[in-house]
Design a protein. Structure first.
Length: 201
């Protein structure tokens, strides 16, 4: 598994792999801080019963630190790529417009999740699902005003995978970007953790 995480993150990353009715837990270190993204390659030998399965579910959790918010993701591990791509994204006057593509055989929805900080300092999450139709997905929706007000509001774009699609199973993939405020780069004390993740067998 190749996990991309914001370069600010430090400390442990917890993973749980579920397949064949069994759960395997692993912990890896995020490594030292750096500017931009960093990539954490995770290679672990699965249990015998799990190795015989073509797919499984990976749950990843980062507990946060003084600079990075707690975050997590859940996605399918498989050999076939879902080919998640973002082709358009704009956020103006409180309206989010985003669209992209996926492998033409997959179905389901792309999960949009904005993590932001309210004016009183509390953390909040806004969610919206963009249906997948013939390899394309899109959303044109209004987001809370507090998302635009937070210069570090971070939009996660995730497809969790498809077990039953022709040619599958297809693995989960994720993308993301800062959307809040005039700033387009990470500049606040705390940022969302996961930027992009790609599963490799």
């Amino acid at each position: 598994m190749l996990l991309s995480i914001t370069g600010r993150a430090t400390g442990p990353i917890e993973l749980e792999y579920r397949a064949a009715g069994r759960r395997s837990a692993y912990t890896v270190d995020a490594g030292p801080p750096r500017v931009g993204e960093k990539h954490v390659r995770i290679v672990r030998r699965l249990e015998g019963a799990q190795r015989s399965r073509r797919t499984g579910i990976v749950a990843v959790a980062y507990r946060g630190d003084a600079r990075v918010q707690p975050d997590g993701l859940r996605s399918r591990a498989a050999n076939e790529r879902s080919l998640l791509r973002r082709t358009l994204l704009s956020f103006a006057d409180g309206r989010l417009r985003v669209s992209g593509t996926l492998d033409a055989d997959v179905s389901g929805a792309v999960a949009l999740r904005a993590r932001y900080t309210r004016a009183d300092g509390t953390l909040a999450t806004w969610r919206h699902d963009a249906p997948v139709r013939e390899g394309r997905w899109s959303a044109d929706v209004r987001a809370p005003a507090a998302v635009a007000a937070d210069p570090e509001a971070y939009l996660s774009i995730a497809f969790t995978g498809d077990l039953n699609a022709r040619g599958g199973p297809y693995r989960g993939e994720q993308d993301g970007t800062v959307i809040g405020g005039p700033a387009r780069r990470l500049s606040s004390p705390r940022a969302s953790a996961f930027v992009h993740d790609e599963r490799r067998p």
